[in-house]
Design a binder for this molecule. Structure first.
Ligand code: ADP
Ligand code: ADP
Length: 226
C-alpha cells in the first residue's frame, strides 16, 4: 500500500473558511516527501487531518493502506507525528516524556527505556534526559518531539515545519538525522515553506497554494526553472 493516499480532501473551518478545496495526494512507501507552499496555503491543515489533529470536512485519507475513518487505531500506529507547536508537558523531564509516549502505545517499560535511549542519543539529547523540557532550547525541544514521535517505530513520520526557527547548524544536523532515518526505511513527509529544505532533502514534492495542489512530482523537474 502507499504510505499516504488523499483524495478529494476538503476542509471548511468552523468560521466558514475553506482551507482545502478537494486535494489529491499520493506518497509511495519509502519516499521522503515535501509539501511545499507559502504560509496559509493549507499545509498544516492537510497533515493535521492525516494526524487526527484536525477533523476533515469530506474526502478520504488512507495511511499505510488503512482508512482514517474506519481504521483509526491502525492509522495511529503507522504514524509518528511532530506538530509545529510544542505540545509536551514542559515541566516533565526529557526521558519521562519519551517513555510515557511509549506507554501510550503499550510498549513494555524495559523496551520503552531502550528505545528512548536510542533515539535521545541519536538526537543528541541523552545528556539532557533528566532536564525539564522547559529548560531546553527551541532546537532541542524540536528534537525531543522527534524522539517522542519515533519511540513506537512508526513506518511513516510526519513533520510540520520541523526546522522553523531552528538555527542553521542544528537544522543541518536534523537534516542528516532525517536522511539517515529515511535511508533505513521510514517514509518521511514534511511541510516546509523553505525551498532549500525541500530541495536538499526531498526527491519528491507537492506544491500547495490557497488550498489547492498546484503540482506534484520529482523535485528536480518541478524546481528546475525557478
Ligand atoms: P476543527 O473543527 O478542525 O477542530 P476549529 O475550526 O474548531 O477546527 O478550530 C480549531 C482552533 O483553531 C480553534 O481553537 C480556533 O480558535 C483556532 N483558529 C481559528 N482561526 C484560526 C486561524 N486563522 N489560524 C489558526 N488557528 C485558528
Ligand atoms: P499553512 O500550514 O500552509 O501555513 P494552514 O493549514 O495552517 O496553512 O492554514 C490554511 C488556512 O486556513 C489559512 O488561511 C489559515 O488562516 C486558515 N486556518 C487555519 N486554522 C484555522 C482555524 N482553526 N479556523 C479558521 N481558519 C483556519
Amino acid at each position: 500500500a502507499n504510505a499516504l493516499e488523499i483524495s478529494n480532501l476538503v476542509k471548511v473551518y468552523d468560521n466558514g473558511f475553506k482551507a482545502l478545496n478537494g486535494i489529491d495526494l499520493t506518497v509511495p512507501q519509502g519516499d521522503f516527501f515535501a509539501l511545499l507552499g507559502p504560509n496559509g496555503a493549507g499545509k498544516s491543515t492537510s497533515l493535521g487531518i492525516v494526524s487526527s489533529l484536525v477533523n476533515k470536512t469530506s474526502g478520504t485519507v488512507k495511511v499505510n493502506g488503512f482508512d482514517l475513518d474506519s481504521q483509526r487505531e491502525q492509522v495511529k500506529r503507522s504514524l509518528g507525528v511532530v506538530p509545529q507547536e510544542f505540545n509536551f508537558n514542559a515541566f516533565e523531564k526529557v526521558l519521562d516524556i519519551v517513555v510515557q509516549q511509549a506507554g501510550y502505545y503499550g510498549l513494555p517499560r524495559k523496551l520503552a527505556l531502550t528505545r528512548a535511549e536510542t533515539y535521545l542519543k541519536q538526537l543528541d539529547l541523552w545528556e539532557k534526559r533528566d532536564t525539564a523540557a522547559r529548560m531546553l532550547s527551541g532546537g532541542m525541544k524540536r528534537r525531543l518531539m522527534i524522539a517522542r514521535a519515533l519511540v513506537h517505530e512508526p513506518k511513516i513520520l510526519i513533520l510540520d515545519e520541523p526546522t522553523a526557527g531552528v538555527d542553521i547548524e542544528i537544522r543541518r544536523s536534523m537534516w542528516r538525522f532525517l536522511n539517515e532515518l529515511n535511508r533505513q526505511g521510514t517514509t518521511i513527509i514534511l511541510t516546509t515553506h523553505y525551498l532549500e529544505e525541500a530541495e536538499t532533502l526531498c526527491p519528491n514534492l507537492a506544491i500547495i497554494g490557497k488550498g489547492n495542489i498546484i503540482a506534484q512530482g520529482p523535485t528536480k523537474a518541478l524546481l528546475k526553472d525557478k
